[in-house]
Design a protein around this ligand. Structure first.
Ligand code: ATP
Length: 140
């Protein structure tokens, strides 16, 4: 079944999630405050918008609260990531995934109700180590 996603923050992680969701046949609204970043997803995002993920008015104006699944892929700016997540949970979005930078970031995200907290480098390292010791064929 086709699902609809919002991705806020188009660094390498956000773009990669966006491309894969598109490849799998889902709809994605891509948001970044930097116009150049949106150019990277013109072929894979269903909609795209220049907006600040910490600006409640902008998020509401884009209809983000009508989506069930939002991925916060804002990287270095931990404060922006936290504020954006808080706004999304206040809008009652049921499934919010957030990329965390470190343990303290993770802890705050957990407290404010992030539904899934991801550490891409850590999680990928874990997965690769498991593949390295498994007899199964590697899937990448
Ligand atoms: P990656 O490792 O995935 O490449 P990163 O951890 O280096 O990413 P950044 O490049 O710092 O992360 O941020 C990812 C994206 O989030 C950038 O394209 C940046 O413009 C965007 N971004 C940062 N703050 C905001 C914000 N408040 N609203 C919307 N987008 C933002």
């Amino acid at each position: 079944m086709k699902k609809q996603f919002v991705i806020i923050g188009l660094g390498r992680f956000g773009v990669s999630v966006c491309s894969e969701l598109h490849e799998l046949g889902h709809e994605v609204m891509a948001i970044d405050m930097n116009e150049d970043k949106l150019n990277e997803v013109t072929d894979v995002a269903t909609h795209s918008a220049i907006a600040d993920g910490t600006d409640e008015k902008s998020l509401r104006g884009l209809g983000v609260r009508n989506f069930d699944h939002v991925i916060v892929a804002i990287g270095d700016n931990i404060q922006a990531s936290i504020l954006c997540t808080l706004l999304l949970k206040e809008m009652d979005i049921p499934d919010v995934w957030v990329k965390a930078q470190n343990y303290y970031h993770h802890k705050v995200l957990d407290k404010i109700g992030a539904d899934h907290i991801i550490h891409p480098e850590h999680d990928m390292g874990h997965r690769i180590a498991q593949h390295l010791v498994s007899d199964k064929v590697l899937d990448y």
